[in-house]
Design a protein around this ligand. Structure first.
Ligand SMILES: Cc1cc2nc3c(=O)[nH]c(=O)nc-3n(C[C@H](O)[C@H](O)[C@H](O)COP(=O)(O)O)c2cc1C
Length: 211
């Protein structure tokens, strides 16, 4: 094997290993991340929960938020169109504005539908092809990436109505975002300020095998 090719293989192997955090990790032959015999990706999927009790004073670092957002850009999209965009909102003024807009859609002006989360990511998706499907894969990827980095999250709905409003359109215009976008959802992000309830049992007829 040529030296450059060998070095390339070594770089890929070390990247795979580096993608698993913690001790006793190993990358198995098929690239799965395991720690103490437990697949870390599946563990993240199964242990992610919606957080509805955030510490408003505990903001994830910009570095962590950037990792979460970047992970979102790797979500699959129909025909690889990369229709979605992600707004990362850490500015309190804008966070509070979105919270108000969201509560207004609910018809409940005085509540915080974001449960005190200090920041959020908003996913919008270009109105072309598989718009909503593309946006939802990004939403899920963001929540799982957050979990893998110890950040709690909750999907908050009503982004569609928010960005159909004149105020929502003005926000996008101010950001220089042009074109037709549909609001898909918000991911409230932060650290928990209390216990997160245990999940419901999975329904028995979720999976149907056809063998
Ligand atoms: C499309 C969608 C919209 C959601 N909207 C909200 C919401 O507006 N507020 C909220 O508290 N949770 C919302 N959730 C979170 C769900 O309520 C939550 O995922 C579900 O109860 C299962 O709990 P888990 O996420 O802890 O597994 C939403 C989830 C999805 C997929």
């Amino acid at each position: 094997m040529k030296l450059t090719k060998l070095m390339g293989c070594m770089a890929i192997t070390s990247a795979l290993l580096a993608s698993c955090s913690g001790q006793n990790n190993n990358a198995t032959n098929n690239g799965a991340c395991e720690k103490n015999g437990i697949n870390q990706t599946i563990e993240t999927i199964k242990t992610r929960r919606s957080c509805r009790i955030f510490n408003p004073d505990s903001m994830p670092s910009k570095e962590v938020l950037a990792q979460i957002a970047e992970a979102g850009t790797w979500a699959p999209t129909g025909m690889g169109t990369q229709n979605p965009i992600i707004l990362v909102v850490t500015k309190k003024e804008m966070r509070d504005r979105i919270v108000k807009m969201n509560a207004k859609v609910m018809g409940k002006d005085s509540i915080d539908p974001f449960y005190g989360a200090p920041c959020m990511m908003i996913v919008l998706s270009k109105k072309e092809g598989t718009t909503v499907y593309d946006g939802t894969t990004v939403m899920t990827t963001l929540m799982l990436a957050a979990k893998s980095l110890g950040v709690e999250s909750c999907w908050i709905h009503r982004a569609k109505e928010e960005f159909e409003s004149e105020e929502g359109k003005a926000i996008l215009k101010d950001l220089g975002i042009e074109g037709e976008y549909e609001g898909i959802g918000h991911v409230a992000l932060g650290y928990a300020n209390g216990e997160i309830p245990a999940p419901k049992e999975r329904k028995p007829d979720y999976i149907h095998w056809i063998e």
